[in-house]
Ligand binder design. Structure first.
Ligand code: NDP
Length: 293
């Protein structure tokens, strides 16, 4: 990839992780604080195992404490709740993440809302959703936070920009819209019932695509010079080969956009980096130390 308008999320995430490792080293030296992240994994979904392994590895590489708790696919709601409760009460744990999806017999919302909101590094607890939407310090969901950091790095002040967020999920679309509103963008949230999606996208200076439909956003929907952040991860087969593509038709959009994230190598690497960032933030808040980030 050589075009100069492509945002290199991998390099940006590596830089962020290096900065975080520096903050962690200083927190250890100056405050004897080792931020700790605990991940709870229930069942044997292979993709979840890969995610959890990558999160643990990145946590250790940043110099933090990492713990993983595995429960069988047959675990009851009470067993998962007991594990969360134990982590809430453990002073060496600053971040708790329950890997989703959970098995059918476990109520995900009840588990997420049982996490101490101050340790909820995924930012999914209703208290954090409320804090984010009322402009209070909150834990912010990692993927939208990663998108925002990239946008601010490349565009600076976002105030007054027209943003369209395609997708209204609780983990990406809605928090992304809240973050952009917090930056004083004029925000439109589009979804499967939006009447004229191409028209909505064409008006936007910033397009966030978080849909889960391969290459749905076409190049001729993009306003020339707009910034396009593609959150989608879709596995497709093309020319007999497995391929990872985003929600944006990259080859078309890259010719029109001012800036664009590729898939892979755009938003994806930022998600884990932001999980580490959130763990440092949680540790500092819990200990009453200024957050260096
Ligand atoms: P969800 O399935 O929860 O939400 C998808 C959203 O897209 C819904 O709001 C849905 O609308 C909307 N949508 C579906 N079809 C259309 C359409 N034809 N036109 C307009 N909107 C539509 O997905 P997530 O938010 O969890 O994830 C979105 C994508 O981002 C996925 O590809 C996922 O893999 C990826 N992802 C990537 C991450 C990363 O680290 N890079 C992290 C998280 C997700 P409605 O509400 O009306 O149904």
């Amino acid at each position: 990839m050589t075009a100069t308008n492509i945002i290199d999320g991998k390099a940006f995430a590596e830089g962020l992780r290096k900065d975080i490792a520096g903050h962690v080293a200083r927190l250890k030296a100056e405050h004897r604080l080792v931020p700790g992240l605990s991940v709870v994994l229930v069942g044997d979904d292979p993709a979840s195992h890969v995610y959890v392994r990558n999160k643990g590895k990145a946590t250790l590489e940043a110099g933090m404490k990492s713990e993983e708790f595995r429960l069988p696919a047959s675990a009851t709601q009470a067993e998962v709740l007991a594990r969360v409760e134990a982590l809430n009460n453990d002073p060496t744990v600053h971040g708790i993440l329950v890997q989703l999806p959970l098995p059918k017999q476990v109520d995900s919302a009840a588990i997420i809302n049982a996490i101490d909101p101050d340790k909820d590094v995924d930012g999914f607890h209703v208290v954090n959703v409320g804090r984010l939407n009322t402009g209070q310090p909150s834990m912010v969901p990692c993927t939208p936070l990663g998108c925002l950091l990239m946008l601010k790095h490349h565009l600076g002040n976002l105030a007054g920009k027209r943003a369209v967020v395609v997708g209204r999920s609780n983990i990406v679309g809605k928090p992304m819209a809240a973050l952009l509103l917090g930056e004083s963008c004029t925000v439109t949230i589009a979804h499967s019932r939006t009447a004229d999606l191409p028209g909505e996208v064409r008006r936007a200076d910033i397009v966030i695509a978080a849909v889960g439909k391969a290459e749905m956003v076409r190049g001729d929907w993009i306003k020339p010079g707009a910034t396009v952040i593609d959150v989608g991860i879709n596995r497709i087969e093309r020319d007999g080969k497995a391929k990872l593509v985003g929600d944006v038709a990259f080859d078309e959009a890259v010719k029109v956009a001012g800036l664009i994230t590729p898939v892979p190598g755009g938003v994806g690497p930022m998600t884990i980096a932001c999980l580490l960032r959130n763990t440092v933030t949680a540790a500092c808040r819990i200990k009453g130390i200024p957050d260096p980030q």
